[in-house]
Ligand binder design. Structure first.
Ligand SMILES: *[C@@H]1O[C@H](CO)[C@@H](O)[C@H](O)[C@H]1NC(C)=O
Ligand SMILES: *[C@@H]1O[C@H](CO)[C@@H](O)[C@H](O)[C@H]1NC(C)=O
Length: 481
């Protein structure tokens, strides 16, 4: 008689994909043989990529996994989510009962002490030491939606328990809900990097995907006394995705040579191949100072003493892929940067950017595209652009042969006839007329306006290097149990 045990493994896996996580647990408990045949598939689905947060329970789970002989090897991607307790939860709130309120209050103080004693860093270090296949570490402030099982999104390990116990969802750090969100984010980033350093672990990729609140520039400050420890981590990075915007706090507002700490940081990531930076289009000063610096000629090591507030620019001789988003910028700054990296750059993405006109009447977007097409040495094989504006007016692209079709907001090309593609763009470009609403049926304009929700941060929107996309299929189980 056919039974679960006589089913071929592929069928068993298919059957089990229809189960909820709980029922899958029961199935795995039914017998040793089922458990063993499903094991590697199960470990692949649930342990390849995992999301934790800064609570003792969550980090203890990470340590437990890292100590597990087989599961530990499965983990390649660890995410720290920015779930953050607040002394007073964001209104409107009411605790269900006294137990819920107590549980929340305890969580607040526990998280504060976890961070202020450095215990979080110790725990991360302990886990990282054992996660020998770790390749990607990330920080994010959203739950991934691509979870098929259970019809829910993945959340940080431990978050569902807190919701159950307190009736309140542990929110992600943002200035809207907490006035210390910014220092919380800086803490997470610095703790993550320093824990990697102490564990002697050098993942090839760091992905900071923040939609609610970007990293403050101060997060990138690793002073000289930390340089020897963090340098091995930074110089091994191949991919760095970040989201930052804060006007540097060290800039008292009267000196034009003060650079963001990000500049200093990037001097140590000189092996990166892929750099993505999302700025904040409402903080154009930061973007401008940064891009101006990035576009300057590199100064070799040892050529001049390094001034921390005005470090010399960098070479990034391996840079292949550059993605810039959420800017309000004159194209000359972008062109300088692209020109500098032209000999290695193969892939450029420009996203949710307001291209500002230096002078009225200039057709700045067309000029910018022309300059790209004509740039000597530049040989892009992938170019993607989307949700652009010119002086605040939306840019669309006509669909040739489809007069009534809505304009494209995203265009993308992969291949070796880039100048042909760019000429096509120039042909199709439509700039919204002042005072007339954009011919458009979607709500993306809202998005561009609030500046905080950058969907481009989503892995699927800004495609990652080959192979990375498959991580999205695995994804993490971050439920309890
Ligand atoms: C800018 O270029 C677009 C597309 O080529 C064209 O339709 C428009 O008239 C130009 N505007 C100016 C001011 O030259
Ligand atoms: C690019 O494509 C256009 C149109 O298909 C073609 O006329 C042109 O010769 C191509 N150029 C190269 C270098 O392949």
């Amino acid at each position: 008689m056919p039974s679960l045990l006589t089913l071929p493994l592929e069928l068993l896996v298919v059957v089990s994909t229809h189960l909820s996580t709980k029922d899958l647990g029961f199935l795995r408990l039914t017998c040793k043989q089922v458990e063993q045949s499903l094991y590697s598939w199960f470990a692949g689905e649930f342990f390849t990529k995992k999301q934790f947060m800064l609570t003792h329970k969550s980090l203890q789970t990470l340590i437990d996994i890292s100590k597990h002989g087989r599961l530990s090897k499965q983990v390649t991607h660890v995410i720290l989510a920015t779930n953050m307790y607040q002394a007073v939860p964001h209104v409107p709130y009411t605790f269900r009962d006294a137990d819920a309120a107590t549980s929340w209050a305890q969580g607040v103080y526990d998280q504060q002490s976890l961070m202020s004693t450095g215990y979080d860093r110790d725990m991360l270090t302990e886990a990282f030491e054992k996660l020998e296949n770790l390749q990607v570490v990330g920080i994010r402030d959203f739950n991934s939606n691509n979870r098929h099982r259970d019809g829910t999104s993945w959340s940080s390990w431990g978050a569902p328990t807190i919701l159950r116990e307190t009736g309140i969802e542990l929110p992600f750090a943002s200035s809207q809900v907490s006035n210390v969100a910014t220092s919380f984010l800086a803490h997470i980033f610095q703790t993550l990097i320093y824990a990697l350093a102490r564990a002697g672990r050098s993942p090839r990729e760091i992905e900071v995907l923040l939609r609610k609140e970007p990293l403050p520039d101060s997060a990138f400050h690793f002073p000289a006394f930390l340089t020897p420890s963090v340098t091995p981590v930074l110089q091994n990075l191949e991919t760095l995705l970040i989201s930052t915007d804060r006007i540097p706090t060290h800039n008292p507002g009267h000196s034009s040579i003060n650079r963001p700490f990000l500049c200093q940081f990037l001097r140590q990531t000189y092996n990166i191949r892929h750099l993505r930076i999302n700025f904040n289009k409402y903080q154009p000063g930061y973007t401008k100072v940064f891009l101006e610096w990035l576009g300057q000629p590199a100064v070799g090591a040892g050529a001049a003493p390094i001034r921390i507030l005005d470090p010399p620019s960098i070479a990034l001789t391996h840079l292949k892929k550059l993605e810039l988003g959420q800017m309000a910028i004159w194209p000359s700054y972008m062109l300088k940067v692209i020109e500098k990296f032209a000999s290695t750059l193969k892939d450029f993405c420009l996203w949710k950017t307001n291209i500002a006109r230096p002078a009225a009447h200039s057709n700045v977007t067309v000029d910018f595209l022309n300059s790209l097409a004509d740039m000597r040495q530049l040989c892009l094989t992938h170019f993607k652009l989307g949700f652009l504006q010119q002086d605040g007016l939306f840019i669309g692209f006509k669909n040739r042969g489809l007069e009534d079709a809505p304009y494209d907001k995203i265009r993308e090309y992969t291949g070796d006839n880039m100048s042909h593609f760019i000429r096509g763009l120039i042909n199709d470009i439509v700039i919204q007329q002042p005072g007339r609403s954009y011919v458009d049926d979607s709500d993306d304009s809202d998005d561009s306006d609030d500046g905080s929700n950058d969907e481009d941060n989503e892995d699927s929107d800004m495609p990652d290097e080959d192979g990375d996309s498959e991580n999205d299929e695995f994804d993490e189980d971050s439920e309890d149990e």
